[in-house]
Design a protein around this ligand. Structure first.
Ligand code: 6PG
Length: 466
């Protein structure tokens, strides 16, 4: 008997996806590499461990694995991004025939996906870069799926991808074709950048409440709970509430976690992509650099900024709620703009409204905001999505300014919150200081400047030291 889908890589994501597909009635072939003493009989062990995988077929031999699949063969890779993906594709190719499909479900860089796509196209093998979000629980119960590549490839896999995906509040499946080439992995990368900044904003607000306002974990959790219930319905806030409530016989688990953040590559990749496109990605930059900076340099050992007096900061939790609303709107705006601009350049034609729907369920950044933003994303992005949001931002902005002022002389850094505030000021100020920059450039390098009211292409030079 041949099976419907082949899964390669049985780490956390691969295993959860396999269980999800099996529960949805798809017959599976499971492959995991053999590494003596480290990864042995992995597929068989997963089958023994999980009831729903009972009828799946286990493999450690790629030829037998490929032979076990119905034609056209559909193979989903769940591997660490990078060389491992190319390696397995090379190994698989001899066992595939034109019309078969390989789906890369890892967090691959979108340009790698485009190279693989081109390479496989010449062999008439379909290839798809599939962004999968939702972590382990999402993969198991319904992730958000962002497919990129050829529409024909998507057509071959749509039925099983939709079955395993999450369902949005509107009853749609959080699974869709987002565009050609590397578009699927590109939007997943940007999703992760939004994730980085939103995590950092929550962490900053936590620090303000805990250190600055002397609130206990339970009290902070109660405030976040109230916000989430009444307004945000954000997954990342929800898990933070759960984290703040988690206690065992040794006390709060959070108190035992070292304050040094780790990271993979998607945050850096978004920043690099933004910079290459001359796009301001200050929110993900602030979040990423905060992770880097949490590994504090030894050069600063023993130094500390003036500590705040032993009086709590004069802030209201409602002001912090306004800060959360303000900063996450800026965060989403910067990244939707990046998608819009890059999509236009690459010809991906990514539909921002569709993206909102895909990100409103199953994924790490799911929240009510994505549902609220959707109506404003039908055509091109307006200023901060829509004048309605601009009004909201304007009224929330003073709370951000108060928070920044109140914490200025404390040891609480607010990189992401400050980045949002600075970006907002720069986007809305009537006149910037860039005339000074232009004058300096012209002074030392005769680079020329544009005259107020002049044609954009006309550059003028002034003989400054005449
Ligand atoms: C998701 C997550 C997932 C991964 C994070 C972690 O959407 O399910 O984004 O892809 O767990 O990207 O990334 P870092 O290790 O860089 O924090």
């Amino acid at each position: 008997m041949k099976t419907a889908i082949g899964i390669i890589g049985l780490g956390v994501m691969g295993t959860s996806i396999s269980r999800n597909l099996a529960r949805n009635g798809f017959s599976l072939s499971l492959y995991n590499r053999f590494v003596k003493g480290v990864e042995e009989d992995v597929a068989q062990k997963k089958i023994n461990q999980y009831e729903e995988l009972e009828s799946a077929l286990p493999f450690e031999d790629l030829k037998l694995f490929a032979d076990s699949l119905t034609s056209p063969k559909k193979i989903l890779l769940n591997l660490t991004a990078g060389a491992a993906v190319d390696h397995i594709i090379d190994q698989l190719l001899p066992f595939l025939t034109p019309g078969d499909l390989i789906i890369d479900g890892g967090n691959s860089h979108f340009t790698d996906t485009e190279n693989r796509l081109n390479r496989l196209q010449s062999k008439q093998i379909f290839f798809m870069g599939l962004g999968i979000s939702g972590g382990e629980a999402g993969a198991l119960h319904g992730p958000s799926l962002m497919a990129g590549g050829s529409e024909d490839a998507y057509a071959l896999s749509e039925n099983f991808l939709k079955e395993m995906a999450a369902t949005t509040a509107e009853g749609e499946k959080a699974c869709d074709y987002v565009g050609s080439g590397g578009a699927g992995h590109f939007v997943k990368m940007v999703h992760n950048a939004i994730e980085y900044a939103e995590m950092q904003i929550i962490a900053e607000l936590f620090e303000v409440m805990h250190k600055g306002m002397r609130m206990g974990y339970a009290e902070i959790a109660a405030v976040f709970e109230q916000w989430n219930k009444n307004e945000f319905d954000a997954y990342l806030l929800d898990i933070t509430i759960k984290i703040l409530k988690t206690k065992d016989e040794k006390g709060y688990v959070l108190d035992r976690i070292l304050d040094k953040a780790s990271y993979n590559q998607t945050g850096s990749w978004t920043l690099i992509a933004g910079i290459k496109d001359f796009h301001s990605c200050s929110m993900v930059a602030a979040a990423l650099f905060s992770r880097f900076n949490s590994n504090r340099s030894k050069a600063f050992k023993g130094l500390s900024i003036t500590q705040q007096e032993d009086v709590p900061l004069k802030l209201e939790v409602d002001q912090l709620r306004a800060v959360f609303r303000f900063t996450r709107t800026v965060n989403h705006y910067q990244h939707f703009r990046l998608v819009e601009e890059m999509s236009e350049k690459a010809g991906w034609n990514i539909d921002l409204q569709k993206l909102c729907s895909l990100w409103s369920a199953g994924c790490i950044i799911k929240s009510k905001l994505l549902v609220q933003l959707s109506p404003f994303l039908e055509n091109r992005l307006g200023p901060f999505f829509d004048p309605q949001y601009l009004n909201q931002l304007n009224s929330d902005r003073s709370s951000v300014a108060t928070l920044i002022t109140e914490t200025a002389n404390t040891e609480i850094p607010l990189p992401c919150i400050s980045a949002a505030h600075t970006y907002y000021k720069q986007m809305t100020q009537r006149k910037s200081s860039a005339n000074i920059i232009q004058a300096q450039r012209d002074f030392f390098g005769a680079h020329g400047f544009q005259i107020i009211g002049g044609n954009p292409g006309d550059l003028h030079h002034y003989p400054w030291e005449r």
